[in-house]
Write a protein that binds this ligand. Structure first.
Ligand code: AMO
Length: 441
């Protein structure tokens, strides 16, 4: 009978840990990132889980030949931590013995071990399984992990229950043509554009819920801000007094995330030279006032009274950066023509909805608002929009059988990450992007 040995303990191989081990011999593992040969010795960079650790190979102390090492070999290493004043860390790591666990078959077709992967976006994405091994590339996604960790921790502390809603659905939630159609055993089905209906249903169960999961949009345009699959951070909360409760929750959530990053991800922030924005409060402006403000300040004629042009989003955030030193701005009261059928209209002006977007450094990163919870009101609105009510029967159960006033939001994880890192393309903050021209790798 085979006995299991238990969990493989993860040895802490970070630079910080090694600094505490001067005078000892350590066992490490990792991949050879780069070898720099000098005369009689070599610098060997070992890529471990989070750090790139500089080791020294020396003919006089290493018990193996340098020729055994190739870039991207995976090795077990025993090494001595020796005090060395001239080194930036105060120590050097002398390679004593190695065990080669695996060797690559071929040399990498693209140089990944320089500061940057110096190539086109196309190549960067085509060779994603290996370009992600670059120190800076992987730091982007370590930070993204931190962002999600922050969202989860915050929402759970605020009494939200994490849910997992289906991604194969029978109707679209967000309207528009950007929905993927499926042949579901001969029936029509779709890939979920958002967890909208399900998170609302679950408010009737848990009062406060959230989900961090992929959603799908059949975007036919090749832009720097659209993906066909992205990660949506959604939350929904019951017993709200106003959609501003949702906005306040988002402000607190973003502050919390920035703190988590500051406390636990300084290594990646320094590597990527990211200065985090500071948030005290986030200013807000009504949609129509924002349109007029941009038009006045930049002498532009308003062409579309129902929506922003991408350029206007940029200009609006510029104004708020200059005048309020804020990287974020909420835009509220979007016209009802631009909001889905579940959006609650403002009783004092039904042309406007009790909804908002959050813009960050020129880009919309969140949409949210209060939802209609009254059955009759919802049916009336759907009739007005000529919708086929039968298709939405299961969703409408919540309205029919009782729902608290509620609202929530959806935030695009890749958009938020890319703006935080001052990137100009959302693909750079997506592990394996899906766009109109790409389904691999
Ligand atoms: P909306 O459709 O505005 O709202 O989407 C919410 C947020 O998702 C991000 N986003 C995208 N990111 C990358 N590629 C895309 N194609 C893409 N489309 C949207 C944006 C956007 O702000 N159910 C509502 C949310 C709610 O009211 O709770 C919804 O999905 O950051």
């Amino acid at each position: 009978m085979k006995t299991l040995k238990g969990i493989v303990e993860y040895p802490n191989m970070g630079v910080e840990y090694i600094s505490k081990c001067i005078g000892s011999r350590l066992n490490l593992h990792g991949s050879i990132y780069k070898i720099r040969k000098m005369s009689g010795f070599a610098f060997v960079l070992l890529r471990t889980k989070r750090d790139i650790i500089q080791c020294i190979y020396g003919e006089d102390f290493s018990n193996f030949s340098l020729d055994m090492l190739k870039e991207e070999c995976c090795i077990n290493l025993s090494a001595d931590v020796i005090k060395e004043e001239r080194s930036r860390t105060g120590w050097e790591l002398r390679m004593i013995d190695i065990e080669i666990l695996s060797e690559p078959l071929a040399e990498s077709p693209i140089v990944i071990n320089n500061k940057l992967v110096d190539t086109s976006l196309e190549n960067l994405l085509d060779y994603r399984p290996i370009t992600l091994r670059n120190e800076k590339e992987r730091a982007i996604f370590k930070l993204q992990e931190g962002i999600c960790r922050g969202f989860r921790k915050f929402l759970s502390e605020q009494g939200f229950t994490e849910i997992h809603s289906p991604k194969i659905v029978s109707s679209g939630a967000e309207g528009g043509a950007n929905i993927f159609h499926l042949n579901y055993f001969g029936e029509d089905a779709y890939l979920a554009q958002s967890p909208q209906f399900y998170k609302q249903m679950m408010v009737g169960v848990f009062e406060r819920v959230y989900e961090i999961a992929p959603v799908f949009r059949a975007e036919k345009h090749d832009t720097s801000r659209h993906l066909n699959e992205y990660i949506s951070v959604d939350f929904e909360m019951g017993y709200i007094e106003s959609f501003e409760d949702v906005m306040n929750m988002e402000v607190a959530m973003l502050k919390y995330v920035l703190e988590i990053l500051k406390e636990n991800y300084s290594h990646e922030l320094e590597l990527l030279k990211v200065t985090l924005p500071s948030i005290t409060s986030i200013p807000s402006i009504k949609f129509i006032e924002a349109k007029e403000l941009i038009s006045r300040k930049y002498k532009r004629t308003i062409r579309d009274y129902d929506d922003f042009e991408p350029e206007e989003e940029k200009l609006l955030t510029e104004i708020f950066k200059k005048e309020y030193s804020s990287d974020f701005v909420f835009v509220t009261h979007y016209p009802r023509s631009k909001r889905p059928f579940y959006a609650m209209e403002d009783p004092s002006n039904p042309d406007e909805t009790l909804s908002f977007d959050l813009l960050f450094r020129g880009l919309e990163i969140t949409t949210g608002g209060q939802r209609i919870h009254n059955y009759k009101e919802q049916i009336q609105k759907m009739k007005r929009l000529n919708m086929n009510i039968e298709l939405f029967e299961s969703y409408l159960m919540i309205h029919k059988y009782g729902m608290p006033p509620h609202g929530g939001l959806g935030l695009g994880l890749e958009r938020f990450t890319s703006k935080l890192l001052n990137q100009d393309n959302v693909r750079l903050a997506t592990l394996f992007p899906r766009d109109i021209n790409r389904v691999t790798p």
